[in-house]
Design a protein around this ligand. Structure first.
Ligand code: M6R
Length: 357
């Protein structure tokens, strides 16, 4: 897992760079995805499982922001047994590292039956999901062996961003100049992820404390909420610590009663539009004597009385912060598991590819 975490600058480079062509704009011609795929699309449905579904949560925020059309993220195992409202004007995006996840494949087949357009973001070449989709955008993450998905997740994010930018250009909801600027920002993620990896030793030290805990919370708003979901699953699956991801504003509607002295709260505060709201939420948990691990985008000046540990990410635009945040969350899960003496790569009860229901 550690090897795969450290491969992320390379997997991001391989996934992003070949899709940026003339004038630094997204180009899917090598992927044989014609612009017409996006004609008449009035709704996007993203269906996936686990970490791939969490990538979809980030994709939804980015796509709705850029495209101004509704995007829903569906847990594939739920979607397949509902009676989904999809038709030929729906674009169904499935996301899967293995390309063989049974529920995701079933969601894709259901969409095909309803004549929706289907686009898959898949890592394994020639896998079932890739074969049965109208179009495929491969993540070039290379083989991912550890059960916990890491480099596939960030590569999936980069593909979702590229789809959002490309589609927005075609729809005319973004100008070429703005798109070029954002594509430049997307490329700046690669050195920023490299820099984030140098925080590994600091993160390792924090994990000595986390390894002794049995429950913890991840909180965030907007993109940070989507990342909280991913941080929580990553920690659970390899450290066996119970954790929950909460949209920070929801805490006081019930969950705050569980926040007591010494409970770790990993607070993601990378989004400037909700930064002050997040700080208020952190004060709420701090008042209950939670152990706060604060993650910010850049080294913003924060009142040091509200946290125990502060991880300052290399400064990126708000939209790009998910990439560096993801790396920190992966390292937190990894080192916590190591401190608990567990098998990081093959956690109990889990398989890398879930090909049965
Ligand atoms: O191969 P897939 O991406 O379709 O797999 C989906 C999930 O099973 C997978 O992401 C799982 O949640 C990971 N073990 C999480 O790290």
């Amino acid at each position: 897992m550690l090897k795969e975490i450290h491969e992320q600058p390379e997997s991001l480079r391989s996934t992003i760079v070949p899709r940026i062509k003339n004038k630094q704009l997204p180009d899917f011609s090598t992927d044989e995805i014609p612009d017409q795929v996006f004609d008449n699309v009035n709704r996007i449905v993203i269906a996936a499982c686990g970490t791939a579904m969490h990538a979809g949560l980030v994709g939804k925020v980015m796509m709705e922001k850029l495209l101004r059309i509704p995007v829903t993220v569906e847990i594939a195992s739920e979607f397949r047994y509902q009676d989904p409202i999809i038709d030929k004007n729906t674009l169904l995006i499935t996301i899967s590292q293995s390309g063989e996840t049974a529920d995701t494949l079933a969601a894709l087949r259901l969409a095909n039956k309803h004549q929706a357009k289907t686009l898959s973001i898949v890592n394994v070449k020639g896998s079932s999901i890739a074969r049965e989709s109208d179009y495929v955008l491969y993540t070039h993450a290379g083989p991912e062996i550890a059960v916990a998905s890491t480099k596939a997740y960030t590569a999936q994010l980069s593909c979702l961003y590229l789809v959002a930018y490309h589609f927005a250009l075609i729809k005319g909801t973004i100008s070429e100049t703005d798109c070029m600027r954002q594509i430049e920002e997307l490329q700046s993620v690669i050195p920023a992820v490299e820099k984030t990896l140098t925080l590994a030793d600091d993160i390792n030290k924090i994990c000595e404390t986390l390894a002794e805990k049995e429950d913890l919370f991840f909180i965030g708003r907007g993109l940070d909420y989507a990342l909280s979901c991913e941080g929580s699953i990553k920690l659970k699956e390899i450290s066996y610590i119970h954790s929950e991801a909460y949209a920070a504003g929801e805490l006081k509607h019930g969950t705050l009663s569980l926040v007591t002295e010494g409970i770790p709260v990993i607070a993601l505060a990378t989004q400037s539009n909700v930064y002050n709201k997040m700080i208020s939420n952190i004060r709420e948990v701090r008042a209950r004597e939670a152990l706060v691990i604060l993650i910010t985008n850049g080294d913003s000046e924060v009142d040091s009385s509200i946290y125990d540990y502060h991880i300052a990410l290399p400064k990126l635009s708000d939209n790009m912060a998910p990439f560096t945040t993801a790396v920190v969350l992966q390292l937190l899960a990894y080192y916590t598991s190591v401190h608990r003496g567990l098998n990081v790569d093959q956690p109990r009860n889990l398989a890398k590819s879930v090909t049965v229901e």
